[in-house]
Design a protein around this ligand. Structure first.
Ligand SMILES: [Fe+2]
Length: 141
């Protein structure tokens, strides 16, 4: 069973996919069922995976970790995503880059936004509470 925006991984070949619409039959790759990657909560995790948010004009700057998450070849943040009011904004990163992305978002119209990110070594991380509420950073969560 899968749901919209679930991230799934094949244990054999390592392919990672995202579900857009659930067909209800389950996903298979390399002859076996794919695994849904668990979303780890930032609040339960290490500080190096916690996104630091700043508003920048009409945008949102997301930096992973404080100090910033390492970005070596074997261990780096592969992508950062903002999910805002049913829209998904994702930026892929490469080893050697800063784990920082500025998303151009219609900040003043956003009701709720969540952030999630993928670490090559430590998996999928997400916010269990909205990090943006009514266009402002939610510092209560
Ligand atoms: Fe990591």
């Amino acid at each position: 069973m899968s749901g919209r925006l679930d991230i799934q991984k094949c244990r054999e070949c390592g392919m990672v996919i995202e579900v857009l619409i659930d067909g209800g039959t389950g996903l298979r790759c390399c002859g076996r069922a794919m695994d849904r990657l668990p979303e780890k909560s930032f609040s339960a995790g290490r500080r190096r995976h916690i996104p630091m948010l700043e508003t920048v004009g009409e945008g949102l700057r997301v930096t992973v970790g404080q100090p910033p998450h390492e970005m070596g070849h074997d261990h780096f943040v592969q992508w950062i995503e903002v999910i805002a009011d049913g829209r998904s904004y994702r930026q892929f990163l490469r080893a050697g880059m800063l784990p920082r992305v500025t998303f151009e978002l219609p900040m003043h119209t956003i009701e709720e936004a969540y952030v999630r990110l993928m670490c090559k070594q430590h998996g999928l991380w997400t916010s269990s509470t909205p990090l943006l509420l009514a266009g402002r950073l939610n510092t209560a969560g």
